[in-house]
Design a protein around this ligand. Structure first.
Ligand SMILES: *Cc1c(COP(=O)(O)O)cnc(C)c1O
Length: 219
C-alpha cells in the first residue's frame, strides 16, 4: 500500500476511534519516514535494540511501541523513551520494567498480554496470572508502571470464527476484571488485530490495531 492509502486507512480507523500502530519491524528507516510525512506518529517494533536504533535516527516526536516478546535484559534499551509496551507476559518482566522506569525517573505505560491463541508459540498471561499481577498492582508494588489495557494475538489461521472467539475471550476477561473493579482503568486500551484480522478485532471491541504487512508489504 502506498503512503497516501496508508494515511487514508489511518484516518478511517481514527473515525472509528481505533488507533493504528504501524508495525515497522525489519523495515528500513526510509519507509518509516515516508509514513511519518503522511502524518503517522505511532510505530511498533518487536526487537528492543532495533527499536532503540530507529529511535536515535528518526524524528523525536515518534511514539515507539514495543509489541513483541521482550527479554528482561533488553528492557534497559527502551526504558528511557518507549511510549507503550504491549507485550507484558510475565510478572518478572513487569518487575524489570518497573525497575528500569524508576531508574529513568518516569512511568511507563504497559498492556497485559493475555494468552488467547491455542498455539503454544504465542505467549501471554493466563487469567489467574493476571489476577495475581493485579493484586500486586493494587497493593502499590509497581509505582513506575501504568497498566492501561490489554493485548492479545489470535491464532494464525484462516478460520475467522476461531479468531473471533479468541478476541471475544480477551474482551470477556478484560471486562470481568474492569467491570468488577478488580482493575481500575479509565479508558482501557484493547490492542487486538493485525493485517489479516483487524476488521474482526474491531468488530469485537479493539481500539488499537497493530498493522505491518498491509502497510509496508510483506518483505
Ligand atoms: C509483526 C506483528 C504484527 C503485525 O503483523 P502483520 O500481519 O504484518 O500486520 C502485529 N503484532 C505483533 C505482536 C507482531 O509481531
Amino acid at each position: 500500500m502506498n503512503a497516501k492509502n496508508a494515511a487514508l486507512l489511518k484516518e478511517s480507523l481514527e473515525k472509528q476511534n481505533v488507533t493504528l500502530v504501524a508495525v515497522s519491524k525489519t523495515k528500513p528507516k526510509e519507509m518509516i519516514q515516508n509514513l511519518y510525512e503522511e502524518g503517522f506518529r505511532i510505530f511498533g517494533e518487536n526487537r528492543a535494540q532495533e527499536l532503540a536504533g530507529k529511535y536515535e535516527e528518526l524524528p523525536k516526536d515518534i511514539k515507539w511501541h514495543m509489541i513483541g516478546n521482550l527479554q528482561k535484559n533488553k528492557v534497559k534499551y527502551i526504558a528511557p523513551f518507549v511510549d507503550l509496551i504491549h507485550s507484558v507476559s510475565s510478572l518478572s518482566l513487569l518487575q524489570t520494567i518497573n525497575k528500569e522506569a524508576f531508574k529513568n525517573d518516569r512511568k511507563i505505560d504497559v498492556l497485559l498480554q493475555l494468552k488467547i491463541a491455542k498455539e503454544d508459540s504465542k505467549s501471554g498471561l493466563s487469567e489467574s496470572e493476571i489476577k495475581d499481577i493485579i493484586q500486586d498492582l493494587n497493593s502499590g508494588a509497581y509505582s513506575n508502571i501504568n497498566v492501561i489495557g490489554f493485548m492479545g494475538m489470535a491464532s494464525f489461521t484462516e478460520n475467522m470464527d476461531q479468531v473471533r472467539g479468541e478476541f471475544k475471550q480477551l474482551m470477556g476477561t478484560a471486562q470481568k476484571l474492569i467491570g468488577r473493579d478488580i482493575l481500575n482503568i479509565e479508558d482501557p486500551v484493547y490492542s487486538m488485530g493485525m493485517s489479516g484480522d483487524y476488521k474482526v478485532a474491531i468488530e469485537e471491541g479493539s481500539n488499537m490495531v497493530r498493522i505491518g504487512s498491509l502497510l509496508f508489504g510483506a518483505i
